[in-house]
Design a binder for this molecule. Structure first.
Ligand SMILES: [Zn+2]
Length: 335
């Protein structure tokens, strides 16, 4: 391989040696780097793409050790609020290209990184910051509105869902009180494991998870209540509509079918937190996902129709968890 050597002032062959960078910015990193030497004069020369690779590895290691914000984290934050790089820069009041550079792999300064990490942990601060930026005319009204609307929509939806779905534990919610955070994290998790998670199938994933849980432990997982609909069990009062519109942990994507109807998919944002789930619960969740994930919408619907809970309940009526006793989904091997 050849490269220009500034000492020889000509293009010369070079050789590559490996070296360890022990320390970077006062932190012990121990990262391997590739160093290039001119074969003719023996001086160390810089070969751009090799040097770039070295820096990528070094920065990645440094970030890992330092807890520095990653470019993916910044992109996720922006996408959640539908902000452009410019808009986020405006809110933060930083140099024009700062976010652009960080997303392209430049290493954020310690203070910028700490700031972003705090924002991601406590996103209410983003709205406060945007308010200030708007007053200082760093961002437009349109940008500010995006954040306000997002905040309002989410708070309204949550309040509404809790009012509608929180009930004393009874046989229709698996003797479990509805927990919106848990359900959100669960949906995000399921969506991360299932390639094409349709909203109609999501209802059945949740139902099976709760029913299997009730069968084994006499208590559900989500605290949701389900009713019988034409194609299978769904969350009572069609509250899956509102649930699917929460935007912290997943995103709903609608597309039009040939007949003009809507088909909705749920895409995980990958930021689910499973710390509220016990080992037992996760075992059940994973088992149901494993059973259903390669099945079509129709196949999943058909499976739900084999269950007594669906058969014995009248249309639009709530499905009792007492039918969990007779669940067949997890008893047959080949379906
Ligand atoms: Zn040379």
């Amino acid at each position: 391989m050849k490269h220009y050597c500034p000492y020889c002032n000509s293009v010369e062959k070079y050789r590559v040696e490996k070296r360890i960078i022990e320390e970077y910015k006062g932190i012990k990193v121990d990262v391997e780097e590739k160093v290039t030497f001119c074969e003719k004069c023996g001086n160390e020369i810089i070969v751009n793409n090799i040097e770039d690779d070295n820096l990528v590895r070094l920065y990645a290691r440094y970030r890992e050790l330092q807890g520095t914000v990653s470019s993916e984290d910044i992109v996720k934050l922006r996408e959640k609020y539908n902000l452009s790089q410019r808009e986020l820069t405006g809110i933060l009041g930083w140099g024009k290209m700062t976010i652009n550079r960080y997303e392209n792999g430049s290493l954020p300064t310690k203070s910028h990184s700490d700031y972003l990490i705090d924002l991601i942990k406590d996103e209410k601060r983003l709205l406060e910051k945007a308010k200030m930026a708007y007053e200082k005319k760093q961002i437009t009204e349109k940008t500010f509105d995006k954040l306000v609307k997002n905040e309002k929509k989410d708070t309204d939806l949550r309040g509404y869902l809790e009012k509608e779905l929180v009930r004393e534990p009874n046989i229709y919610n698996g003797y479990k009180q509805f927990d919106i955070d848990k359900v959100e994290n669960l949906i995000s998790y399921i969506a991360s494991k299932v390639d094409n998670l349709y909203l109609t199938s999501l209802n059945k994933y949740l139902w099976f998870i709760d029913m299997v849980s009730f069968q084994r432990r006499a208590v559900g997982i989500t605290g949701l209540t389900y009713m019988k609909e034409q194609f299978g069990p769904v969350i009572v009062g069609a509250k899956y509509e509102e649930l699917s519109k929460l935007e912290d942990k997943y995103k709903r994507e609608d597309s039009e079918k040939n007949d003009g109807g809507l088909i909705s998919k749920i895409k995980s944002k990958g930021n689910f937190d499973l710390s509220d789930f016990t080992e037992n619960e996760m075992e059940i969740v994973d088992e149901v996902i494993e059973l259903l994930k390669d099945k079509s919408v129709k196949e999943i619907s058909d499976l739900s129709h084999k269950e007594l809970g669906w058969k014995k309940t009248e249309r639009f009526k709530r499905i009792s968890f007492e039918f969990a006793e007779e669940m067949v989904i997890n008893e047959r091997k080949n379906f």
